[in-house]
Design a protein around this ligand. Sequence first.
Ligand code: PEP
Ligand code: MG
Length: 575
Amino acid sequence: MNKAIGVSPGIAIGRAYVLTSSEQHIPERTMRDADLTEELDRVVAGIHQSRSELESIRSDIRELIGEEEAGIFNAHLAILEDPIFLNEVREIMKLRSIGAEQAVQQATDKFANMFELLDDDYMRERADDIRDVGNRLLKHLLGDTGVLLPEMPADEPYILVSKEVTPSGFVNLGPHNLLGIVTAMGGKTSHTAIMARAMGIPMVSGLDTRLQRTIQSGDLLIVDGDAGLIWVNPDGGLVEEYQHRIEKLEEERHSLQEIISYPPVTQDGRRLEILANISSLSELDRSIEEGVPGVGLFRTEFLFMDRSSVPGEEEQYEIYREAVEKHRGNPLVFRALDIGGDKAISYIALPEEENPSLGLRAVRILLTRKDLFRIQLRAILRAGAHGPIRLLLPMVGSLEELREAKAVIQDVKQELQDEGIAHDPAIPVGMMIEVPAAAMLADLFAREVDFFSIGTNDLVQYVLAVDRMNEAVAALYEPYHPAVLRLIRSTTQAAQQAGIPVGVCGELAGDPFALPIWLGLGVHEISMSVQSCLPVKKALIGCSAERCEAALLAALGCSTAAEVREQLSLAWEEA
Ligand code: PEP
Ligand code: MG
């Protein structure tokens, strides 16, 4: 058994197909200065061909999977058309008197290596994108019209094993017959992982390259995307065990469909709204299909990723309006752009930071880049003319910040009013409670906003001083820490005293075990990834609010996370 990181959940059992990285033969040619122009023309022609190919892949993916995933190819187009790349190729050819193919390969290696050295998972994963674009261009220069990857097994389903799988390599493979993916490189934020999740293909990354090399094509594999495990040539007993697990998972998923129409109410009649967290319109479609009655958090920053420029007001307005129309009056909370930290946007220049989670993030950026904030506000407010929506401000830490952001909102409303443009002048404005200072001053903030949404992901990180992205301190990232619990309680109390609703949108909301906290504290709504909505609803309708209240009261008196968990577990014991 090999342990790695599960980046797309589910279990796959099947034969390995091992992909050695595309071994293309690059001709070594010596060039004369007189050939330079002609050779450069070939590169430019290759760029044109690659562009049309990428554009057609992008439109296929848009139709097949969704807008967010199609956006990956905007990033590829941006790399392809970056003049710095072409310049580098020209310089290499001139300096080393070599042919276009070798020069393209060397320029690709240079830029990809630069990204690989960066101390940021997201940026490191962009190296895959650069190599992918370089390979595509090489394919055209070499006159190879086939796919970049060797032939896949024609009819037999397989598990792909490769050092890395680039997003367009993934597209070239096609989801047909692809049971699972195992890679050495890549992480949860890699685009390939995003696409694998979107298509329900289990994937495990981070497998030691030495181990990966020991896997042969034809080996039987079990890929456990939940636990991040890979079994090579497992014995029959284990295969049977995993087959049972697959059947059980399918049965569970199927049986959950029954509760779609049930109200989200406990056995003793307490209601708790269960909403979705989404980051694209395709996820919204999926949440509607799953019968989720609203969106508690639309992470709008994902609409800004994998493109080469800021989406304009009209483009944003169209997306937000479509979401409002699809939602037909159900709750819909748009969070203003929450970038910075781990969420970098290539075309929005942000300073290099030693400590990005404590740096220029979220509302701090919105207030320094009011141009971006105002465009987004105009688009959201205009979408509000088509149905009820709410606006959520990320990472507010002081009243000054809140007041400044509200002043901008007021000003933009006035501007729309003066221009006679339809919008929602009474949009409820809420704030994330994810900075400890905001939780501590929740009573003061509650007088100045229309609702709170507790972001436990960041709240835990900041209260416990534990980087949520750093695997070395992952064991210290403890959402059930009594300090976290106290801040959640003081926030909900402040909201109740001020008479404003309070929701929870961090990952903790998707953990059914945490339900006694929300029921015990009187939270109005919780929101989570779409896949978690039905399992959490199932737990909710099976529990008693009264028992949850008692368990929470006991948990609030605890001094360690282990004790908190023990007390909360009592809520689940049979009466
Ligand atoms: C949170 O911090 O809990 C949250 C929901 O926001 P994000 O995960 O996008 O930072
Ligand atoms: Mg957050």
